[in-house]
Design a protein around this ligand. Sequence first.
Ligand SMILES: [Zn+2]
Ligand SMILES: [Zn+2]
Length: 239
Amino acid sequence: MQPVYNLHNHTPFSDGAYTIDELCEAHLDLGTPVTGIGISDHLFCTPSSREVKSERDYGRIFGGEKRDYVAEVREARQRWSGKLEILCGAEVNWPLNKPMLSALTGMLDGIDYLLFEFVDWAGLTTLANQARRFPCPIGLAHTEVGVQFPNTSMDQVVRTLANARIFYEISSKFLPLSPNDPWFKTVPNHRVRVTLGTDTHDDLEVLKTLPTLAEYAEQVGLGEKILIPAVRDAEAVST
Ligand SMILES: [Zn+2]
Ligand SMILES: [Zn+2]
């Protein structure tokens, strides 16, 4: 069994109900070993944020927000050092941020990985073309391929992810998952990395699905494909 990381958790920094410390304690209380967790609050244009008219506005408003966020996660990382690894991710709303993609790629110091949500097929092709401009791994959050890309074959989706090195999140929202799920029969045949995520907001019960996700990944042959993003500490210091 691979080390287990839950890379999708929200805190009160965006719309989560539990602090980083509470999330850490809840993961350690699960009774199954968890090596690390990723905090992935909604950053940059979130629905509650004020309207942004230019890249300059965007940089000013969300640059400060991101700095505060990275500082908070880094402090927690130090507090929990030796007990639980803490990664600093973020979740980005694709439709709201797609006009600001070039500004976004320059604002990611201290961010270890990005989860994109609500990506449609046009969005995935754009992201794939721009993937190399991101300084950290990028991936798709809770994406049901048949629903989000209804007019694209699974083969085309999986090849796009593989070529662009965009990772794919195995989400608690997919449960129950069949070992014969056509998408999860396809993914292991390609060089696509996967992550596990519970999208924790206001219910810690969802963490109990984490072992099921980890077992499922092993069962369908994705255990070796699990991505553990590296901590980009050095860059965080320079911001
Ligand atoms: Zn949320
Ligand atoms: Zn989320």
